[in-house]
Write a protein that binds this ligand. Structure first.
Ligand SMILES: [Zn+2]
Length: 253
């Protein structure tokens, strides 16, 4: 079983999946958000809004005036960002002139389900992304998909950040590499055989997304040359009323 997992981990690395991910991450295109501003009927509104946004530091990628179905003028602006703070932008636009208002924000912002690649790119700042990813699956597939996403990102993170130096055995590897790798994401309490996430932000709501953490640990340990013989199993979850989300870590010494 352990040997099989180790082979799987190696295959994952050699098989080009992670290499492919790495290439893709280097080429990852910057997201684009399109905003629509209403109340732009006076001449010069477009230039006024665009120059204001540039002054505010937004990277503009194009703007145009379009007619709404009712004949009112709308300004549409592409911003080279994958996210904008909608409330902040709305109040900024109001501050320019009360006649302007932010009518829509489209693009990568709200409602978009991130890909595993995008989550890996942002790790460890991925709480909201993992939740969005988990919520995109039905209850029956969610845990499996979260574990799988976690495994890929854990394996990638080990290779990228922790594979230098001489390989560590368990439980040293747990203390010196795995726990620090996870601490950027949330508070971690670990013994040599259990890892607990007392705050577990991935399970702050009703939907359990901590499978991602279990998958991350499994993938991370699978690709470590001396930790492949390790099994990670969920033993507690906040969404089930436990005080933390917890995982049992089993390995042969
Ligand atoms: Zn949980």
């Amino acid at each position: 079983m352990a040997a099989e997992r180790a082979r799987e981990g190696q295959k994952l690395l050699r098989g080009g999946l992670l290499e492919g991910m790495e290439v893709a991450w280097n080429e990852v295109e910057v997201g684009m958000v399109t905003i629509t501003i209403s109340g732009a009927d006076k001449s010069g509104a477009l230039a006024r809004i665009a120059s204001f946004l540039v002054r505010k530091g937004y990277p503009l990628k194009g703007q145009q005036v379009v007619d709404s179905p009712s004949g009112a003028k709308l300004v549409k602006i592409n911003i080279e960002l994958s996210q904008v703070d909608r409330a902040k932008l709305a109040s900024e636009i109001k501050s320019l002139s009360p006649e302007f208002s932010l009518a829509a924000v489209e693009g990568a912002q709200s409602g978009a389900v991130p890909t595993v690649k995008q989550i890996g790119e942002k790790f460890p700042d991925v709480i909201a992304m993992v939740q969005a990813y988990g919520e995109s699956f039905g209850a029956d597939a969610r845990e499996r998909e979260l574990i799988e996403a976690g495994r890929k990102i854990g394996a990638f993170n080990y290779e990228k950040e922790w594979s230098f130096g001489s390989p560590l055995k368990m439980p040293t590897a747990l203390r010196r590499t795995l726990v620090p790798a996870l601490e950027g994401l949330t508070r971690v309490e670990a013994s040599d055989t259990e890892v607990h996430f007392p705050d577990s932000p991935l399970c702050s709501g009703k939907i359990a997304c901590c499978g991602f953490l279990g998958g991350f640990m499994q993938g991370f340990l699978d690709v470590g040359p001396l930790t492949a013989n390790t099994r990670v199993d969920k033993i507690a979850c906040k969404t089930k009323g436990d005080p933390h989300c917890g995982f049992k870590i089993e390995y042969d010494l």
